[in-house]
Design a protein around this ligand. Structure first.
Ligand code: NAI
Ligand code: 15L
Length: 273
């Protein structure tokens, strides 16, 4: 962070995945935090606006990722494959891409990263389980496995080099829940932005796992282990209650998509090759 009164708290924040669904929302919302927002993606992001830099880059390209990191003082890592996919593709974007990102972070001296992890790191817990951040991961897909890799890699870079990361296990960040499961996993855009703000500005975060979820009426995830971030969600899926009047119905015992927290993702993997 810089300390001059005239500048914003960060000099340059890098946002990967800037062309994606969440990246497009964050593009404007993170501007108050940095003099320059460097936007990066594999896909087209349109022209740079005021206070923006655009760098099209494949996360699997080590040299390009190192260049991408020059002059950056914090990273919001949202780029990569965001659903289940063939392993080769996941390996390039989410595993090699993550390794390239952290090596570049280390080489260029970036001190803090916020990593868009996923609830699919723990999707094979049952929807009768209550979890906290210390419970073992139980990924539900190869996609979920790749997010576990990201959490583990960032832990290593903290323990070895002191690079701080908040891994946000995002639930379902969409304008509204698409099914009864998302009444429990819903994260509003405002609460996402607030979780990022807390992750960037808390004085010390070490290596923290935060469940990215709004204050929904039904819960699977307990965030007390991340209390030092000061994240207090303001929104709730309660506003959508009329959309899913049957959410209290007990799921059929043989319906694994409603038995496990990962929902329909569980039916998608593995996809190798
Ligand atoms: P998205 O799929 O819309 O955006 C991901 C972006 O990453 C895309 O624009 C894509 O072009 C880019 N990308 C993919 N491979 C790349 C590569 N090799 N190099 C550079 N860029 C690459 O996903 P969305 O919904 O915006 O999610 C953003 C992040 O948040 C993802 O990492 C996702 O796993 C995570 N997340 C999102 C959730 C949600 O509810 N939207 C829930 C849990 C996690
Ligand atoms: C995710 O990890 C995905 O990126 C997102 O597209 C949603 O499917 C979300 O999880 C979810 O579980 O609803």
């Amino acid at each position: 962070m810089t300390s001059t009164a005239s500048s914003k708290p960060f000099k340059r924040i890098l946002l990967t995945g800037a062309a994606g669904g969440l990246g497009r929302i964050l593009r404007e919302r993170i501007k108050p935090w940095a003099d320059i927002v460097r936007l990066s993606d594999l896909s087209d992001m349109g022209p740079a606006g005021p206070g923006e830099e655009i760098v099209q880059c494949n996360l699997a390209d080590k040299a390009a990722v190192l260049r991408l990191m020059e002059g950056v003082d914090a990273v919001l890592h949202f780029g990569g494959i965001s659903v289940e996919a063939p392993f080769d593709a996941i390996m390039q974007a989410n595993i090699l891409g993550m390794a390239n990102l952290y090596e570049a972070v280390h080489k260029t001296g970036v001190k803090r990263v916020v990593f868009a992890s996923s609830n699919h790191t723990i999707g094979f817990y049952r929807n009768t389980d209550m979890l906290d951040a210390d419970m073992p991961t139980r990924p539900d897909t190869l996609y979920g496995v790749s997010k576990c890799f990201g959490e583990s890699l960032s832990r290593y870079y903290y323990d070895r080099f002191g690079i701080e990361t908040v891994c946000i296990r995002i639930g379902s960040c969409f304008p509204e829940p698409a099914n009864p499961r998302m009444m429990i996993t819903y994260l509003s855009a405002d609460d996402l932005v607030e979780s990022l703000r807390c992750s960037l500005f808390a004085p010390r975060v070490g290596h923290t796992i935060l469940f990215g979820v709004s204050d929904n009426p039904a819960k699977w995830w307990d965030n007390t282990k991340a209390a030092h971030l000061g994240f207090v969600p303001k929104d709730s899926s309660a506003q959508f209650a009329a959309m899913f009047p049957d959410t209290s119905a007990y799921p059929a015992a043989d319906d694994i998509a409603t038995t496990f927290q990962g929902g329909g993702f569980i039916l998608n993997g593995p996809q190798y090759p």
